[in-house]
Ligand binder design. Structure first.
Ligand SMILES: Cc1cc2nc3c(=O)[nH]c(=O)nc-3n(C[C@H](O)[C@H](O)[C@H](O)COP(=O)(O)OP(=O)(O)OC[C@H]3O[C@@H](n4cnc5c(N)ncnc54)[C@H](O)[C@@H]3O)c2cc1C
Length: 408
């Protein structure tokens, strides 16, 4: 049963975007329709990570969208990144999630890597030869980053890592893991290391079955006396919390917003198509007032969601403070995509339950975007802190794209 291949519905040039963005959007749309859409049934059936497709996407150079041209990247910034992730997610939330997760891996090298690390890794990522990740979460600590237990202990010119990380985006396709672990007590006791996936002592737990995002992997990394040279440390000892927070707040929230946005657009596209084709009482159900109301509501949510998404990353590209806008964009996009997914299912009624149609996949995939980089409760808590005047400064003020970071 047809998945909509339409490219209508997205404003091609707007207040935030220019012609370069429009060209890029078209390029990603064409790739997604040609290479990703035909592989969706396979990904849905096998429910395992799609190595070949992940590699093909990396080879387009899109993982290097925020990497400067001096390192072989596109140097196009966060709005262009949003458009790439949005258009991939419009066809496959899994492949949008693949690019979004790799971008957190890029962030930590851009902002905390030294010149040697940047020269070693950024060109490889930009050309698609290396897929990076960021690994912070542990099963016991979840969103409480300081509760983590994995350790790195100095031994001569090496560090020895022990412990595990869970829900790591691109776990099973990643070549270079950015791992945050304990090197001491308290908030200054976290440090970040680059761990190549072929290091002795590093293994992957088998991929677990998940509700959605089939084709993407967010699994478990295991470290058992895994030895890495001290030169693999990002920044200095104690920078781990800053690596984790800045990647999540500045990149993670924006990227997951973009995944939600793409899924949301797909929800509208597929629902409009269904409501126009399904006939009752001698006319398409799109002519029924209640269905029109629901479609109008989805359209309204999507327009609001897109504005919050583009506005937040536009500010980020301008080097302006935007932590609050990024939180709001993630909250609005995740929640409104979920609301629209529910209404789309209602419009499809029984037909929506069929796995031959894409709408149930959109609902499942949309749920996956809720937890990472802060649940909606966490975004609301942080927004309340801002409103109450209790916020403790903004990461977007501390970090300038591509520049070293100065933590206050
Ligand atoms: C698709 C996907 C991709 C991911 N990618 C990565 C990745 O690349 N790297 C990585 O390290 N991790 C990744 N994660 C993990 C993600 O960061 C965690 O899911 C997130 O930190 C929340 O942890 P948790 O799911 O264990 O929930 P928990 O932290 O256990 O939260 C449980 C509940 O408690 C609430 N809660 C938590 N803290 C507070 C608080 N302070 N105040 C009030 N309520 C609170 C939450 O809102 C939630 O409802 C990914 C997860 C998913 C689903």
């Amino acid at each position: 049963m047809g998945e909509p291949g339409g490219q209508q519905g997205v404003p091609m040039t707007g207040y935030f975007t220019d012609e370069r963005h429009d060209v890029l959007r078209k390029e990603v749309q064409d790739f997604a329709e040609r290479e990703i859409r035909p592989r969706i049934p396979e990904m849905e059936q096998t429910k395992t990570v799609h190595h070949r497709l992940s590699k093909m996407i990396a080879e387009q150079g899109w993982l290097g969208v925020t990497i400067g041209q001096e390192y072989g990247g596109m140097g196009l910034g966060h709005l262009a990144k949003t458009i790439i992730i949005e258009e991939l997610s419009r066809v496959s939330g899994a492949m949008g999630a693949m690019v979004q997760a790799s971008q957190l891996g890029v962030a930590k090298i851009l902002h905390f890597g030294n010149q040697v690390q940047k020269r070693a890794w950024l060109p490889a990522i930009a050309s698609g030869r290396c897929l990076p990740t960021i690994a912070v979460t542990e099963s016991a600590s979840g969103g409480h980053v300081l509760g983590m237990r994995a350790t790195a202990v100095r031994d001569g010119s090496d560090y020895v890592l022990n412990g595990h990380k869970v829900f790591v985006g691109n776990s099973h396709v990643g070549d270079l893991h950015g791992v945050v672990v304990r090197t001491g007590p308290g908030s200054k006791g976290l440090s970040a290391f680059l761990v190549e996936s072929d290091r002795p002592g590093f293994t992957l737990a088998p991929q677990q079955s998940t509700m959605g995002l089939h084709g993407f992997s967010f699994g478990e990394l295991l470290f058992n006396d895994c030895r890495v040279p001290a030169t693999n440390m990002l920044g200095t000892e104690g920078d781990g919390l800053a690596v984790a927070y800045s990647s999540s707040i500045l990149y993670g929230r924006a990227n997951l917003t973009a995944v939600s946005l793409g899924i949301h657009q797909a929800i509208l596209d597929t629902t409009v198509q269904y409501a126009s084709e399904r006939r009752l009482y001698g006319k398409p159900i799109a002519e029924l007032d209640n269905i029109k109301q629901k479609i109008g509501q989805i359209q309204s949510r999507l327009m609001t969601a897109r504005i919050t998404a583009y506005h937040a990353v536009h500010l980020l590209d301008q080097g302006l403070p935007c932590d609050v806008e990024l939180m709001n964009a993630k909250l609005v996009n995740v929640e409104s995509a979920l609301d629209s997914a529910r209404e789309a299912m209602e419009i499809h009624a029984a037909a929506g339950l069929s796995t031959d149609r894409p709408v149930e996949r959109y609902l499942r995939d949309a749920f996956h975007i809720f937890a990472p980089a802060g649940t909606s409760d966490i975004q609301r808590l942080r927004l309340a802190e801002e409103a109450l005047g209790r916020a403790k400064g903004q990461w977007s003020e501390r970090i300038v794209c591509g520049e070293p970071i100065a933590i206050g």
